[in-house]
Design a protein around this ligand. Sequence first.
Ligand code: ZN
Length: 318
Amino acid sequence: MSYSPKVFEKIKAQYEEAQLRVREEQERNIRQVREKIPGMSEIDDRLAATGVRIMDAIKNNRPGGIDAVRAENEELVRKRSALLRAHGYPEDYCDPHYTCMRCHDSGFENGRRCICMKRALFEAQAELSGLGALLKKQSFDNFSTEYYPDKEEAARLVHFCRKYAEQGVKQGENLMLMGATGLGKTHLSTSIARLAMEQGQSVVYESASNLFADFQYERFEKSRFDHSYDSAQKYFEADLLIVDDLGSEFSNQFTVATLYNLLNTRLNHQKATLFNTNLSAKELTARYDRRITSRILGEFTVFTLEGQDIRMQKLGLL
Ligand SMILES: [Zn+2]
């Protein structure tokens, strides 16, 4: 799995922070019981000493010696637990309290990424992609073909989208989903996003109007003294860029030029782009420059979803 460096850094910092928190909490608890419980410091010191003696016996190969020290050590641990209980503390009060017992909050188990870290990376990636909430609800697993007039055709499309997420994105292929509102274009797009991310691809998902607003801000509104992160850069960098609702933006010369430049750059770098739109091919041509439309139609696999608004069907309104 490969994740964007930004995601990695974020998660790495989170783990370091978590480990530090655990260590600090443990030290605080140890200090506290040593202050509050008479005899605790002495037991702690003797426990530390038995530890050293066990190591010593192992090093000097005295198996008989080890048993004696080990028994002493166990006795001390028992005393310590009893003392803690007697003063109203849980027995493990002075142990490190990790969130993940598999990797002790290191993120790694036997040299491989722990399941907790895989999950954290995936979630961070999803958040960064701009579709955190949708990803929780929508996937191929809950995409139903029952509302489409041609269910076989719908099933073929779902199959194609799955393959696209698994392989097409890596190969920089492009996809265009056309069709009226409410036919599942967004559901398919988020399902693709999710699966592509699970394959380790970086994904950015944005509505056309927000995407152009970011470019507009960077180009015209941001102060030239402001060197903060370029909010439009991610649209060039993502392995998969999903633009939702192309054509819903307020279009002018700037948006048309921006779209052309973005598309061209992504095609040249063989990065995958997915558009979904309510517009027909004819409407697209009328709205955008012919250069863009011919590139889209030439470089994209185009699917048109047919049928009636699924939300309305579910509500029984059709
Ligand atoms: Zn873990």
